[in-house]
Design a protein around this ligand. Structure first.
Ligand code: ADP
Length: 275
């Protein structure tokens, strides 16, 4: 669906933000694009939807070059930016204004989102709180029902119940021919939602594996006092950490532990997955 080969990009010539990015995004999966603030997640999403152009390398989405911004391409992708700017109209006028741009727009999905997020279609958007505006923007993004959906930090501004509604809605919507890429630095928000993890660090993709592969190679569990772990941290439940999965038994993948382990022991993690 999406293929990037050796993509590099910098806003200024001397300062690269992304270096040698190669990536394959397949249909039917939800990808979590993780990275600290300022690592280039938004930049990468903007390259994939044609808002920024690579300095070198190639990016193809449905075999099209995103930067050409053809109508047939734009109809099939939706990007929900981190900072949303919404017009001074009612929720219903806003949805009616944008729905016609998307031939795949689903009224059924719209109804589900409106009901779950408890939106009032007659509300004036600019009088809504930040979290309510975000729910409106997410509703349009999900109802557009495009083949590719990019979401940049979608849970920022959402309260805890809305985050859980968001996860449920998205999880129930993804179909076999759709790809979803969600960027976040709040890794816990994507727990139990994503199928595949991409970690961006220091201009490069340092990790790109499916949850199945992760739970096959790593265990996430309590660490004994004198046990060596790839990464561990103290939590109210004791010392939690990541170890090699030598037993073959699969554990629930903690995205936060995985992220911290990858950032702190890149080479060891790479070795384990390449073995
Ligand atoms: P993330 O989404 O991971 O927080 P960004 O892609 O927004 O990261 O930014 C990556 C880097 O590029 C940061 O150092 C940021 O300051 C810089 N950057 C982002 N947008 C611009 C811009 N329009 N002009 C110059 N530098 C930018």
């Amino acid at each position: 669906m999406i293929n990037l080969t050796d993509v590099s990009f910098g806003y200024r010539k001397q300062k690269q933000v992304l270096h040698g990015i190669s990536l394959d995004i397949k249909p039917g999966l939800i990808y979590g694009l993780l990275g600290k603030n300022g690592e280039g997640k938004t930049t990468l999403l903007n390259i994939m939807c044609g808002l920024l152009f690579p300095d070198s390398g190639t990016c193809r989405v449905f075999d099209e070059m995103p930067e050409k911004r053809k109508v047939v391409f734009l109809q099939k992708i939706f990007i929900l930016p981190e900072e949303i700017s919404l017009p001074d109209v009612t929720v219903s006028d806003y949805i009616n204004m944008y729905a016609p741009f998307y031939p795949t727009f689903s009224n059924e999905r719209l109804r589900s989102c409106v009901e779950s997020f408890e939106l009032n279609m007659d509300d004036a958007i600019l009088r809504l709180s930040l979290g309510q505006k975000k729910r409106v923007a997410i509703t349009l993004a999900l109802a557009a029902n495009t083949q590719v959906l990019f979401m940049d930090e979608p849970t920022n501004g959402l309260d805890i119940p809305s985050k859980s509604i968001f996860r449920k809605l998205l999880g129930s919507f993804v179909s076999e021919d759709q790809s979803i890429v969600i960027s976040t630095h709040q890794v816990r928000d994507l727990e139990s939602l994503i199928d595949s993890v991409i970690i961006l660090d220091n201009k490069e993709i340092v990790f790109n594996k499916s949850l199945d592969e992760i739970s096959e190679k790593l265990n996430f569990r309590t660490i004994e006092a004198n046990e060596l772990a790839l990464y561990s941290e103290l939590s109210p439940a004791g010392k939690m950490g990541v170890v090699r999965n030598d037993s073959g038994e699969k554990s629930h993948v903690s995205l936060e532990l995985l992220f911290n382990a990858t950032i702190s022991s890149k080479d060891i993690i790479k070795q384990i997955f390449n073995a």
